[in-house]
Design a protein around this ligand. Structure first.
Ligand code: SF4
Length: 307
């Protein structure tokens, strides 16, 4: 599918990214602030919406790239410049405004929020594409709660997505989840992208939010601290609490040769599907070619035993 035309995007009315500083933008693709911020939710009373003219997508994608399909624009609706649905990416979109056909129909009562709780990670994957947003922070409970209280006051239905770096490390992660639990009548879904190292915190979220939580677990076997048992323990809890689940094996030339054994291991413990994803960083650090994942020997032993 290709297009050379500019189009409008619902980001800026139904989809925002909010940073720890309170700054918010219409799109999480551009987190170097190239398209500028709309406002600051620690200072503004509520989120301001962009006007129709400002909804033009700054990226002007000529093809529906992997990045667009996987992460970013699929949560937005696309329209042609007359404001009618352009249907460029809508087939697999996760947007909560699926029935909208005109930009003027966009509801200002439902929103999807990419909430950046922190900008640090405890892993050091050689392909990491998350160049940290400055200044580096592990978040702030008071500010996070000020921001989400304003959002719950303004919107009737909310989706949240916690991504970038490792959100479960943030000091505000657990208080944020507790706040969502206390206000779950307005919560549609919380999606957490995590490396699963802080799996106990995610289990706590699963126990509280149940089917309103979706976990997207990234498997990074090149990181020495990756522990496959954490994945198993988390998985059991997610199943028990009827949460949404998906797992992603982050691929790298050195991962390829080990991945089958890991897949067998996970399958034995009930994880039937692990998606293979391209690592999309463009500044890969060198890993010695004889590198052996720390967890490989036990994974190999168990998967061979259970064949
Ligand atoms: S877990 Fe994710 S954010 Fe952390 S170092 Fe690895 S790729 Fe980067």
């Amino acid at each position: 599918m290709t297009t050379n035309k500019k189009f409008l995007c619902s980001a800026g009315i139904t989809h925002f990214t909010i940073f720890p500083s309170g700054d918010y933008k219409k799109c999480n693709w551009d987190w170097n602030y190239k398209t500028g911020t709309i406002g600051n939710l620690l200072q503004d009373k509520e989120i301001k919406f962009l006007s129709k003219d400002e909804l033009v997508c700054p990226h002007n994608y000529k093809t529906v790239s992997a990045a667009v399909q996987q992460c970013y624009c699929k949560r937005n609706l696309q329209f042609d410049l007359n404001g009618n649905t352009a249907n460029l990416f809508s087939k697999n979109n996760e947007c909560i405004e699926k029935n909208i056909t005109k930009v003027s129909d966009l509801s200002c009562k439902k929103a999807t929020i990419e909430l950046v709780l922190n900008t640090i990670c405890n892993y050091n994957c050689p392909y990491c594409h998350n160049s940290p947003v400055k200044p580096t922070t592990n978040g702030n409970i008071k500010n996070t709660l000020i921001i989400v209280k304003k959002l719950f006051k303004q919107f009737d239905v909310l989706n949240f997505r916690l991504a970038l770096t490792e959100p479960t490390l943030a000091v505000s992660f657990v208080p944020f989840v507790k706040f969502l639990y206390a206000n779950k009548n307005k919560l549609n879904n919380l999606l957490v992208l995590t490396n699963m190292s802080k799996y106990k915190r995610v289990i706590k979220a699963a126990q509280l939010l149940k089917e309103k939580l979706t976990v997207c677990g990234s498997i990074h076997i090149l990181e020495n601290n990756f522990n496959p048992w954490h994945v198993i323990k988390l998985h059991k809890s997610l199943v028990r609490n009827e949460c949404g689940i998906s797992y992603h094996f982050i691929m790298h030339p050195l991962v390829e040769k080990y991945s089958t054994k890991y897949e067998e291991f996970f399958k034995f413990f009930g994880i039937k599907k692990v998606h293979k994803c391209e690592a999309c960083g463009n500044n890969w650090r060198k890993v010695p070619s004889d590198f052996l994942p720390k967890s490989y020997s036990i994974v190999k032993l168990l998967s061979n035993e259970h064949k």
